[in-house]
Design a protein around this ligand. Structure first.
Ligand SMILES: Cc1cc2nc3c(=O)[nH]c(=O)nc-3n(C[C@H](O)[C@H](O)[C@H](O)COP(=O)(O)O)c2cc1C
Length: 190
């Protein structure tokens, strides 16, 4: 698929068919992720591929708790209507972790290391585009408690779970989300 077609067509999918994904496809998607740029080429990402139903269920229960907490603290009523139950039936969940010891020169900045997260975000976007090009739906999911996920998946201390990339064949087409026009978001300084 042509790059700009993938960029323009990709959209988040939260409703998947219960159809397995071939391992070779999962590997292709991860390979796209690791082609992302990173500070000093530190490649701070690692990937945990979840197909176990019992682990998906535990991730889903964790997301439910996280959602309840977010509703309590934010008071956002709309969040009550948002369901995380699709995590249970998502064929593949790839947990992307970032190693905070593998950041760039930004480790000396007052905000501390952040560039490792930016690199992982670039990897995730590559994965979403690759998934779309291969005919899969995907969503970048972050409604989880990092410490609980670390404990559940036995993730090293220096690594932070940054996102779940949920993958599968889309069960239905989602509504396309709108974007503000470029002119409203761009300043050209000549
Ligand atoms: C950093 C980040 C975090 C996100 N977290 C979630 C999430 O927890 N749950 C979810 O359903 N979608 C999540 N999304 C997906 C966004 O809701 C989605 O990308 C946005 O609404 C635009 O829609 P589109 O992806 O269909 O273009 C996240 C996206 C990003 C980039």
């Amino acid at each position: 698929m042509e790059l700009f077609t993938a960029i323009n067509q990709r959209q988040s999918c939260r409703n998947f068919l219960e159809e397995d994904i071939e391992k070779v496809m999962i590997e292709k998607i991860i390979e796209a992720g690791i082609m992302a740029p990173s500070p000093l080429n530190t490649q701070p990402w690692d990937f945990i591929v979840i197909t176990s139903n019992s682990v998906k269920e535990q991730l889903c229960n964790g997301a439910e708790k996280c959602k309840e907490k977010a509703i309590e603290t934010s008071g956002w009523k709309w969040l009550e209507k948002y369901s995380v139950q699709f995590l249970k039936t998502t064929p593949v969940i790839i947990v992307v972790t970032g190693d905070k010891t593998k950041s760039g020169v930004d480790i000396f900045n007052e905000d501390g290391p952040l560039a490792y997260q930016h690199a992982c975000a670039a990897a995730i976007q590559n994965m979403l585009l690759a998934s779309h090009a291969l005919g899969f739906g995907s969503v970048w999911f972050t409604l989880f408690d990092k410490e609980s996920v670390k404990e559940l998946l036995n993730i090293d201390d220096n690594k932070v779970p940054l996102a779940f990339v949920c993958l599968g064949k889309p069960a239905k087409k989602s509504a396309k989300t709108a974007r503000k026009p470029m002119a409203k978001k761009t300043l050209f300084i000549d």
